[in-house]
Design a protein around this ligand. Sequence first.
Ligand code: EPU
Length: 339
Amino acid sequence: MIRSYSNFPLRKLHTFGTEASTKYYFEFTESEDLEGFLATNKDWPNQQLLIIGSGSNLLFVNDFPGLIINPNIPGIKIVHEDRNNIWLEVGAGVVWDELVEYAVFNRWGGIENLSLIPGKVGAAAVQNIGAYGMEIQNQIETVTGFNLETLTENILESTDCQFAYRDSIFKNELKNSFIITSVVFKLDKFPEYILNYGDLKSETEKLGSINLRNIRKAVIGIRESKLPDPKIFGNAGSFFKNPVIEEVQATQLLNIYPNMPHYSAPENRMKLAAGWLIEQCGWKGFRRGDAGVHEKQALVLVNYGNATGKEIFELSEEIRLSVQDKFGVELEREVISLP
Ligand code: EPU
């Protein structure tokens, strides 16, 4: 199936739910559709490009002046299986949480902690989604997609994807030039549960025995208690990344703020909790017009109804500056802001 439009409204295509439109929009469900589109629309290389899934990590500050491509490819297929593992090839357009539900139902482990993360499978790889001690890079075997520079299909091994914290080659070198069509995940038939983040273990135990189904239920419970449902209030999850700073600076801050959450990171660095830093600056629950900071998780900015992308962006800049002023720590956006 193909959907191709000009001057297309974006409000329903991104989870912040602000008003914006795109000059061109193209959505497809089979790789061949994309090749056909590129062959017949010769002007595409002159357009600014944006590849989207369900738009759960985007903020449109203005109308988008170019071409948005949405690879909405369905399908979950078992490609290989042995005693311990199963390999699934999953279309880029599959809703991420539907894949988690399917895996947990079949008792295949490796992605249960990533329950209820919004978005689709293609974006999960781009963003290297993570939560509760798990990151998707550990289960990804290969990523297949269409390279717009060479106009060929390429398969990347996980080790070639330059995965890092909320980062990958698809956000850097291959940004907007590689359209992911499917991802192969390797799941475990005898999984080792990862329960050492926050209160995940105790929340799971409250549900009875520790198994994939209860871990998924516990994660969903924790997320629902802290994070706003984008269907009710527009948002894009964590707006900023958790900052990673030098250990020396972290130690100085800990002398002043001994309760500051901190986690060790590679190369003598420390990861801080952006949500905590923002809360300390007094922003939690702040609201101006319809743009605000979530009352239960300060890392999430919210559109309470009719906020504009510009209002949310301006609020995020004020937050960034105040954290810089109070702590000398620079916050980097996790959300992609356009243009
Ligand atoms: N905290 C505060 N105030 C707040 C928010 C958090 O003091 O308003 C403190 C918490 O008490 C805790 C620490 O900060 O000590 C960490 O908070 P939390 O466990 O809620 O996780 P997070 O670091 O704020 C990250 C991810 C989330 C992911 C959770 C759980 C990033 C940018 N965010 O949030 O991912 O769900 O951990 O693993 O890494 C997302 O990327 O969109 C996202 C929601």
